[in-house]
Design a protein around this ligand. Structure first.
Ligand code: HEC
Length: 502
C-alpha cells in the first residue's frame, strides 16, 4: 500500500480538515439520524434538534456532550455484544460536530440539505393485533419523589398465543421515564392491586410478586422490533400484563394513560423465547464500600440456546455490569458490558444476530456497586448497609438473557432447570413461593444441617464442607436446586411452627 493511501486510511477526517463544515451538508444528516428520534416535538428530550436554528444556538453544547458520549444515550461498551439499533456516533461524526461548533456553526447552501427525515406517527410496527391500554389515566403530581406504579391489565385471549413483538407507547412522554413489562398467570398481581387504593400498586424494583414471564422493557428512544421469523414468546390464556411504569414528575400536574401493542406470530412459533436468568440475592453492601463486587456463575446450561436479548438490572448503587458466556470449546462470547450504569437509562438490548450458546455453556456475570457518599445516586445520606430487595434503597443483581431454543421441549427443560416451572404442579409452586423469600429470612447465620438422605445431591454445594448449608452456599446454587432447597427448608420450618396434631 502506498504511504499516501495509508495516511488517508488512518486519517479519513483530517484529510479533509480544510473543507468548511456546514449544517446542510454535514451536520443535519448526523442530528437527524442520531438525535431526532428523541429531540423532536412530542418526544422525550427537552428540545428539538430538527432545524438549523435549533441546532446552531446549541452548537457548543452539542459538541461537548457528544465528545464525552453523554449523548446520544447508549450504555453498552463497544466490543461487548453487537446490538441492533445501537446509538453510537463514529469518531468522524463527533469530530465534524466539534469542527462545526469551532468554526461558527455555518448553515451552508440549502441545496445540500438532504430530504427531511420522516417519522412514523403512531405505532412504529403498524397496527398491533392486540392493544392493551391502562383502563384509566394515572395522575402524576407536579413534584415529589419518582413513582413506580404497577398496573395490572388482563390480556383477553381465547387461546394460548405466541408473541412476535411488542410496542410500548407512553401516554405522556413528559412523565413516563421507563417501563417494564411483566406477565402473571397466577393472579398474585391482581390481588395485590385490589388490596391498594387507586389503579394498580406501588412497587419500586420489580413487580413485587413472583411473576411468570416478561415481555421486555421500554426506555425512551427504544426502537420496537420483531423477533426473527418463527420465534416467539409464549403468552398463556388468562395471563395479566403487569405494566410497571417509572414516573418522573415534570413540575406540572400530569396524567398518563400508556398502552402496549402486541403482535402475534402469523403461525404459532415453534421456537419459544425463554429467560435465562443470571441473578443473585446474596447482596450485603457495607456503608462506604466503593467497589462491592458480586459474581454469578451458572452451571452448564442443559440445552442449546440462542440469545436474542439481554437486560441488565441494578438499582442506584450499581456502577458496572458485565455478562459473558464460556462455550464448551473454550471460546468466550461477550454479551454486554455496561461500564457506567445509570438506573435511568437501563434498557432491554436486542442482539443484531442471535448468539448461539451450545449446551454446556457457562454464563457469567460480574457486577460492581458504589455505596459511598461519592456516588451521587446513593439514595441514603449518609450511606447505610444495603441488601437485596425491591425498594429504592435496596439493591438487585439481575440480568435476564432472552433466549430461544430449537425445540419446544428444550424451552420447557430450560425453564424447569431454572425452577421457573411452566406447569402448576405443587412442587414448582412451592419453589416459586420460596424463591421470593430472601434466603437469610429462612436460614439462621450458622446455616442448616444437610439431612442425611440428601447428602449425595447437596454435598457438592457445601463449599466449606462443614455439613451445613449457609445463606451464601444456598444462594450460589443453581436456581432450580436453590428454590427447591428453600422450599424444603420453608416446609420444614412451617411444620415446626405448627406441629401436626397426634
Ligand atoms: C434516546 C433519546 C435521545 C437521543 C437519541 C438523544 N438525546 Fe439528547 N437528550 C435526551 C434526554 C431525555 C435529555 C434530557 C436529559 C436527560 O434526561 O438525560 C437530553 C438532553 C440533551 C442535551 C442537554 C443536556 C443537559 O444537560 O441539559 C443535549 C445538548 C443533547 N441532549 C444533545 C443530543 C444530541 C446532539 C444527540 C444526538 C447526537 C442526542 N442528544 C440524542 C434524549 C436523547
Amino acid at each position: 500500500m502506498s504511504s499516501l493511501a495509508l495516511l488517508l486510511l488512518l486519517a479519513p477526517v483530517n484529510a479533509w480538515a480544510d473543507e468548511p463544515v456546514t449544517y446542510t451538508e454535514h451536520i443535519a444528516p448526523i442530528l437527524w439520524k442520531h438525535c431526532a428520534a428523541c429531540h423532536r416535538p412530542g418526544e422525550i428530550a427537552p428540545f428539538s434538534l430538527l432545524s438549523y436554528k435549533d441546532a446552531a444556538k446549541r452548537a457548543n453544547f452539542i459538541a461537548s456532550i457528544t465528545a464525552d458520549r453523554t449523548m446520544p444515550p447508549w450504555k453498552p461498551e463497544p466490543g461487548h455484544g453487537d446490538f441492533s439499533g445501537a446509538r453510537r456516533l463514529s469518531n468522524a461524526e463527533i469530530d465534524l460536530l466539534a469542527r462545526w461548533a469551532k468554526t461558527g456553526a455555518a448553515e451552508g447552501d440549502p441545496k445540500h440539505l438532504p430530504p427531511a427525515p420522516k417519522f412514523t406517527e403512531g405505532w412504529q410496527l403498524g397496527q398491533p393485533d392486540l392493544v392493551l391500554k391502562m383502563p384509566e389515566s394515572f395522575k402524576v403530581p407536579a413534584g415529589g419523589a419518582d413513582i413506580y406504579q404497577c398496573f395490572v391489565i388482563p390480556i383477553p385471549l381465547d387461546r394460548d398465543r405466541t408473541v412476535s413483538a411488542v410496542e410500548f407507547r407512553p401516554g405522556n412522554t413528559r412523565v413516563v421515564h421507563h417501563a417494564l413489562l411483566f406477565l402473571d398467570s397466577t393472579g398474585a398481581a391482581r390481588k395485590k392491586a385490589e388490596a391498594e387504593k387507586g389503579p394498580g400498586f406501588r412497587s419500586f424494583g420489580g413487580p413485587g410478586v413472583t411473576v411468570t414471564g416478561m415481555l421486555g422493557g421500554w426506555v425512551p428512544g427504544q426502537v420496537p422490533q420483531h423477533f426473527p421469523e418463527g420465534i416467539g414468546l409464549s403468552l398463556k390464556k388468562g395471563s395479566d400484563l403487569v405494566l410497571q411504569i417509572h414516573y418522573h414528575p415534570s413540575g406540572k400536574a400530569e396524567t398518563d394513560q400508556s398502552q402496549l401493542g402486541i403482535y402475534f406470530n402469523k403461525k404459532p412459533a415453534e421456537k419459544l423465547i425463554a429467560p435465562l436468568v443470571l441473578r443473585t440475592r446474596d447482596i450485603d453492601i457495607p456503608p462506604g464500600e466503593k467497589r462491592y463486587q458480586r459474581t454469578v456463575t451458572t452451571p452448564p446450561i442443559p440445552v442449546d440456546v440462542y440469545a436474542v436479548g439481554i437486560s441488565p438490572h441494578m438499582h442506584y448503587l450499581g456502577r458496572e455490569m458485565k455478562a459473558w458466556a464460556e462455550l464448551p470449546g473454550g471460546k468466550t462470547e461477550r454479551l454486554i458490558w455496561i461500564k457506567d450504569w445509570d438506573f435511568n437509562w437501563q434498557g432491554s438490548y436486542l442482539f443484531a444476530k442471535p448468539v448461539r450458546l451450545p449446551k454446556g455453556t457457562i454464563l457469567k456475570l460480574e457486577a460492581y456497586y458504589d455505596n459511598s457518599a461519592d456516588n451521587p445516586f446513593n439514595p441514603s445520606n449518609p450511606p447505610k448497609r444495603v441488601r437485596f430487595g425491591e425498594e429504592t434503597t435496596d439493591e438487585m443483581c439481575l440480568c435476564p438473557v432472552t433466549v430461544y431454543t430449537d425445540r419446544r421441549e428444550d424451552s420447557a427443560a430450560l425453564m424447569k432447570w431454572q425452577g421457573l416451572g411452566l406447569g402448576s404442579d405443587l412442587e414448582t409452586a412451592g419453589a416459586m413461593a420460596a424463591a421470593s423469600i430472601p434466603t437469610d429470612k429462612l436460614v439462621p447465620p450458622g446455616g442448616v444441617p444437610i439431612p442425611e438422605r440428601y447428602k449425595a445431591v447437596l454435598q457438592q454445594f457445601d463449599v466449606d464442607g462443614d455439613g451445613k448449608l449457609t445463606v451464601a452456599e444456598i444462594d450460589a446454587m443453581p436456581v432450580l436446586v436453590r428454590n427447591k432447597v428453600k422450599a424444603a427448608i420453608k416446609q420444614y420450618r412451617d411444620k415446626q411452627a405448627d406441629p401436626p396434631k397426634k
